[in-house]
Design a binder for this molecule. Structure first.
Ligand code: ADP
Length: 334
């Protein structure tokens, strides 16, 4: 049975083969399995821990491709739902002339949005030591109620709950709804991972892609702990600038990014989260209250490892093909 259960969306990213053009002008696309919680599941499995992905895809060639890709990576897919009624979600994405990403989603609705509480694999949820979720399945009903039901069940079981809101602006009806939904759900977790841009969006009303100064970052982290007194750990990723973290009891730290030749940053944050969860499992910190016992030194070494996982994930194209094994991370960190 899985130690880690990740619940959320799984979809196919069709990535334009040419950069500098909009999605509509790209002549061809390459298929890549996607969905942040699914990437995290693959990340955990690659790092050698038993992990299950829970979510709903279509019983169509793309959904079956996703199931096969996760399974080949070592993820338990016994709790995945393959719908005969709804199709797998598709996202077409290209890198525009200014380097910005152009998206076109086909999910009207897609199977992940139609995930119902009755379809939850409660046996796997009950077996989990860590339960991880994201915010995309909080956008539409019935997936929203399903996600919240699963999170509440994990909490009631005393499972460690991890949340990466992973803001994707085009999927939300409005940015205000995205902000309020994420702010309302942060308190459900014991540990929260955000990017610095997401932190500024949530706590300083910044646009969703604005980086922060160190001062702004500290202000946001302080506001986070003031507002969410029950959340033990906040982790903030800063791309090539590395990461920082703080706990509700006042431990904090930061690590610079590791030197790599980054070719594609997709999935770096998901690899990072997988690295943190595996680091906690390795050290035996497996309950919400155990997080309070992690020392400042242990947090640092745990984030050093997660930083390595994130950095290595950027060195290969795509998320799932790039997520490293434990041996690769240890060899890289030396
Ligand atoms: P997200 O994918 O959630 O936006 P980030 O891009 O901040 O997350 O990346 C997550 C982690 O991956 C960072 O904290 C860092 O450890 C690592 N990382 C990302 N980009 C780079 C890079 N260019 N060089 C080195 N490490 C990186």
């Amino acid at each position: 049975m899985p130690e880690v259960v990740c619940l959320g969306e799984a979809l196919i990213d069709f990535v334009a083969t040419e950069s500098g053009v909009g999605v509509g002008d790209s002549p061809s696309f390459v298929r890549a399995p996607g969905g942040a919680p699914a990437n995290v599941a693959v990340g955990v499995a690659r790092l050698g821990r038993a992990c299950a992905f829970l979510g709903k895809v279509g019983d169509d060639p793309f959904g079956r491709f996703l199931g096969k890709a996760f399974q080949e990576a070592g993820v338990d897919i016994g709790g995945m739902v393959f719908s005969s009624e709804f199709r797998t979600g598709l996202a077409f994405v290209s890198l525009g002339a200014g380097g910005e990403r152009d998206f076109c989603f086909f999910r009207n609705p897609s199977a992940d949005m139609t995930y119902t509480p009755a379809e939850l694999d409660t046996t796997r949820i009950d077996s989990a030591t860590i339960f991880h979720f994201g915010s995309i399945t909080l956008i539409d009903e019935p997936a929203r109620t399903t996600t919240l039901t699963a999170v509440q069940r994990a909490r009631a079981n005393g499972t460690l709950v991890s949340y990466d809101p992973n803001l994707r602006p085009p999927l939300w009806q409005s940015l205000d709804i995205a902000r309020s939904t994420i702010l309302e759900t942060l308190s459900l977790a014991d540990m929260v991972k955000v990017s610095e841009e997401e932190l500024g969006f949530l706590f300083l009303n910044r646009p969703p892609d604005a980086p922060l100064t160190d001062d702004e970052l500290n202000t946001c982290m302080r506001r986070f702990h003031e507002a969410y007194g029950s959340v033990e750990l906040l982790m903030v990723t800063r791309g090539a600038r590395g990461c920082c973290w703080s706990t509700r009891r006042g431990l904090q730290g930061a690590l610079a990014g590791l030197e790599v030749v980054a070719v594609d940053t997709t999935g770096a944050g998901d690899g990072f989260v997988a690295g943190v969860m595996v680091g906690l499992l390795k050290r035996g910190y497996t309950t919400p209250s155990a997080l309070e016992k992690v020392s400042a030194e242990e947090w640092k070494s745990l984030f050093w490892f997660a930083n390595g996982v994130g950095a290595l994930t950027t060195t290969r194209k795509g998320a799932i093909p790039a997520l490293p094994t434990q041996a690769e991370v240890l060899a890289f960190l030396g």
